[in-house]
Write a protein that binds this ligand. Structure first.
Ligand code: PMP
Length: 365
């Protein structure tokens, strides 16, 4: 039977290519007969130091209560985040990863078949996948040398445009939008358009933007942040959004009652308070990134200077490089699914992992 001929499923899903995650270590080890302990993954911008030991302890303790439903309102975690940013708790919404905040925004602000959204050509791919899922038109705006072209994005806004996504630093390009450009952009966006500023890699910026202050000035702004990157809790799926209380309230209505699980909330709270683990991670990441970029220069590999915990490099033949490195037990990302068949993306690992990457890449390039 063809589900599409029979018109059983939503037609807009037929051409949807599901999100392609970084390949798991176990899969690669099985496929190539390698010892999983010898395989390194530099493919999903994770924290190579792992979670904060305090987060591990908190989540273990919480397992004892796994028979009790989570606090659907996420009281303690939202309180801690709000206090940290001097916001009110009703400005904080928790998500099953920050991806869920993106999804909730589509639920809240778009209408299938009637709305459009705007994003930059090489922005994080989930914005586009969700647009397709919700049968909303994605207006992709060409970028300029892997930098968002905010002027062109403003011009792309139509009467049916409901949301505009900007990512800073962006994945997979690693590029940051200057603070002054973001403010000038926010000043010009019509108040009927929601702006989602995705700050998944915000904590890696030594001079992070005062984006919390922008919330007060621009009530249609939503900031999204995650515990998956610097906090090292990617497996637990927890992130959050920050917005005007009315916007956050609408997002709250769109979520499942227990969207952020209790173990994740407990781990996230402990992790959030462990500033030492975060600075250790940032320090290692920035040193590793400097080293990787220096390596690229030394070997004349073109790269885009990154502000995040990964670097995009032009090696040519990204799919071949990906698969040959994989056979050697090094997992990176080919960016051909982003329409960049000559580019790979390499996450910053430990110094040992970077040494391994440097020696293996030279053999396959
Ligand atoms: N935004 C960006 C820019 C990302 O790179 C990612 C992770 N790949 C996310 C959002 C989603 O992260 P999570 O759902 O794990 O919080």
């Amino acid at each position: 039977m063809s589900i599409w001929d029979k018109n059983l499923a939503n037609a807009s899903l037929q051409s949807l290519v599901p999100y392609e995650p970084g390949k798991p270590i176990d899969d690669v080890a099985r496929e190539f007969g390698l010892d999983p302990a010898s395989v390194i993954k530099l493919a999903s911008n994770e924290n190579p130091l792992g979670p904060s030991p305090k987060a591990i302890e908190a989540s273990k303790a919480f397992l004892e209560n796994a028979h009790i439903y989570p606090d659907g309102g996420g009281y303690h975690l939202r309180e801690a985040i709000a206090e940290d940013h001097q916001l009110s708790k009703d400005q904080v919404i928790l998500g099953n990863g920050s991806n869920e905040i993106i999804e909730l925004s589509y639920h809240a602000f778009t209408q299938p078949g009637q709305s459009s959204v705007v994003a930059s050509r090489y922005a994080f791919v989930v914005y586009k996948l969700m647009a397709q899922l919700f049968n909303v038109e994605m207006i992709e705006v060409p970028d300029s040398d892997f930098q968002h072209d905010l002027e062109a994005m403003l011009e792309a806004i139509r009467p049916d445009t409901k949301m505009i996504f900007i990512a800073s630093p962006n994945n997979p390009t690693g590029t940051r939008i200057p603070d002054t450009e973001i403010v000038a952009f926010l000043e010009k966006v019509p108040s009927s358009v929601i702006v989602i500023l995705d700050e998944a890699y915000y904590e890696f910026l030594p001079d992070a933007p005062p984006s919390i202050q922008w919330l007060e000035r621009f009530p249609q702004l939503i900031l999204t942040r995650t515990f998956s990157k610097i906090q090292g809790l990617a497996a637990l799926r927890i992130g959050y959004g920050l917005a005007h209380p009315e916007i956050a309230g609408v997002l709250q209505r769109c979520r499942q009652p227990f969207n952020a699980n209790a173990i994740a909330q407990a781990a996230a709270l402990a992790s959030y308070q462990d500033k030492e683990h975060q600075s250790k991670t940032a320090e290692m990441t920035l040193a590793g990134r400097d080293r990787l970029e220096a390596f690229a220069r030394q070997h004349q590999i073109h790269y885009i200077p990154s502000e995040a915990n990964f670097v995009m490099m032009k090696t040519g033949e990204a799919d071949r490089i990906f698969s040959e490195l994989q056979q050697k037990g090094v997992i990176i990302r080919s960016l051909s699914s982003y329409g960049l068949p000559d580019w790979i993306r390499v996450s910053i690992g430990t110094p040992e992992e970077m040494t391994r990457f440097e020696s293996e890449i030279l053999e396959v390039i």
